[in-house]
Design a protein around this ligand. Structure first.
Ligand code: BYC
Ligand code: FE
Ligand code: FE
Length: 489
């Protein structure tokens, strides 16, 4: 999996100052006001972490990776850490000398080192929305430690959690450094909203859903963290240089989150196939027989994937969006791998084909490319998802089982955008609401699927041992041996 941002330069290693309360490579020492603001926010963050971060395990030693620099070759080190003592730092990718704004109406002008006044509100909104997702995911994953299938998986959960915490730090740094008093207020509010809370929910839909079981966690880190990758990559193109540099470094951490997701689902599928073959079960739809083996049947895995894919697609916003056109035009948020695209990067005269839903039918329409920025990113995302799904299908095929995991139709189960009001099956068949309601349990996890999964999740805490439903990983983290004690509980 190659998810490294393309425009990383191999600049000299900028060592991080660890004598500081807040490790950083942004010369925090020389900016007293910012330093004070961050040092005031830090204890509130720790309170939030203790209240809403992983339930239990706060005193355990966890074998974690900590970012210690921004050089591609050696940016992280491994060691046992108690999570509340993790060194959440502020790390920006090296500044590229002479960087210019790569797209939009300011294309070619020097990249902004300060917030451009006319775009302040738009920029702040993007940073706040990005920042809000990071603690939200930690909150969603809060109880999973209690049912981890192994110490290896438990450690990976915590690694993802502390890094999402660091991503929150990254956005809070931008808010506090560049947005003055309202930035500080936004930083406070990022610690006050709560995933799934009726009165003060997180901003985007998918981040208020539950992550009740480990298959959800793996689907989330594969599909939803992948939205994170796409969005960060688009923000990494930004003409606002501090945002670009922050996102470029975040992307280096993001690759591991998707690894956890893709390999987690893959190991789940593999174990199902192994057990089916051992028991001589050929029919993947024989749910009762498959579940009796203590593994997750493939149709349930497909339904879980359907749920996470559709909910995550909503995170791209409306396919046709003036917000997206404005932030592209302003040079704040680009397209996926903007600098690699061969066009004028201004799009004033271009169109993009968008699938729309008109009078109960799907039609392709040419839409002004600027308005279709979200549609294009969603298309890129769907392409990006397919690679991992193909690898899952190889596992099934190798086991000789007749089943294929598929991406549902773009319009399936959507709440935002073009298809929000449509009722569409995974195969793309439009229907009335009543029919949808009577059939949706064929396509989305049912109450009994979820109950089966929750009942199946029993913690395994002996080093080198794994729950019945998941296979053993091929290699350890940091090349550790199979019986390594990743978490000392
Ligand atoms: N839920 O023109 P529209 C990650 C709102 S994940 C609720 O359609 P726009 C991570 C929208 O806010 C990456 N509301 O959309 C992953 C707007 O409301 P207001 C997170 C929604 O603005 C795993 C209205 O609908 N980063 O990092 O073009 C673990 C109309 O907006 C939703 C970003 O998303 C929704 N799903 O695009 C940890 C990047 N969708 O303002 C972390 C920053 C839309 O009119 N955000 N609305 O009241 C953006 O670029 C854009 O805000 C969006 C929406 C792509 C999200
Ligand atoms: Fe993140
Ligand atoms: Fe992530």
């Amino acid at each position: 999996m190659s998810t490294t941002p393309e425009n990383m330069t191999s600049a000299p290693v900028v060592q991080v100052d660890y004598s500081e309360l807040i490790p950083n490579n942004v010369e925090l020492n020389s900016d007293r006001a910012l330093r004070r603001a961050l040092e005031r926010w830090q204890p509130e963050y720790i309170d939030w972490w203790k209240e809403m971060g992983p339930d239990g395990f706060q005193e355990s030693d966890v074998y974690l990776r900590t970012a210690v620099g921004v050089d591609k070759a050696g940016w992280a080190k491994f060691g046992y850490v108690k999570m509340p003592e993790y060194r959440w730092g502020i790390l920006l990718a090296p500044r590229e000398e002479g960087r210019t704004i790569p797209f939009g109406k300011h294309k070619g002008e020097p990249a902004w080192q300060e917030v451009p006044g006319e775009y302040r509100a738009m920029l702040r909104r993007l940073v706040v929305i990005q920042g809000d997702t990071e603690p939200a995911s930690v909150e969603q994953q809060r109880f999973l430690g209690k049912t981890a299938p192994s110490l290896y998986d438990l450690r990976n959960l915590f690694q993802v959690n502390v890094e999402e915490g660091r991503h929150l730090w990254a956005m809070v740094y931008l808010l506090q450094k560049y947005f003055g008093r309202d930035g500080r207020e936004e930083a406070e509010e990022l610690l006050q909203r709560r995933s799934g809370n009726e009165d003060k929910p997180r901003i985007l839909g998918a981040f208020n859903e539950k992550t009740p079981d480990w298959l959800s966690f793996f689907m989330f880190t594969n599909f939803t963290d992948r939205d994170g990758k796409m969005q960060l990559e688009s923000l990494a193109q930004s003409g606002f240089d501090p945002l670009s540099r922050t996102c470029r470094f975040m992307l280096m951490e993001e690759a591991f989150h998707m690894f956890v997701g893709e390999s987690g689902v893959s190991r789940t599928i593999e174990q199902t196939c192994i057990k089916m073959n051992e028991a001589g079960i050929k029919d993947p739809d024989d749910t009762g027989a498959v579940r009796a083996l203590g593994v997750i049947d493939l149709p349930t895995i497909q339904r879980k994937a359907n749920f996470h894919m559709s909910v995550t697609r909503d995170l791209f916003g409306a396919e046709v969006s003036t917000n997206a056109a404005n932030s592209f035009n302003a040079g704040l948020k680009g397209r996926f791998q903007e600098v690699k695209i061969d066009d004028d990067h201004q799009l004033e005269n271009d169109t993009y084909k968008v699938m729309r839903f008109r009078d109960g039918r799907f039609v392709e329409e040419d839409v002004p490319a600027l308005s279709a920025i979200n549609a294009r990113l969603l298309d890129d995302y769907i392409t990006d998802c397919q690679g991992g799904i193909n690898r899952w299908n190889k596992v099934i095929e190798k086991a000789g089982i007749d089943f294929t995991i598929r991406q549902p139709h773009k319009a399936f189960n959507r709440r935002i955008g073009e298809f929000a009001d449509a009722n569409v099956s995974p195969d793309g068949e439009a229907m009335d609401e009543q029919t949808w309601n009577s059939r949706k349990e064929d396509w989305l996890p049912s109450g009994s699927d979820l109950k089966y999964l929750v009942d199946l999740m029993k913690p395994v805490t002996e080093p080198g041992k794994y729950a019945s439903w998941i296979s053993i990983p091929k290699v350890g983290i940091d090349k550790q041996p199979g019986d390594f004690e990743y978490v000392r509980i």
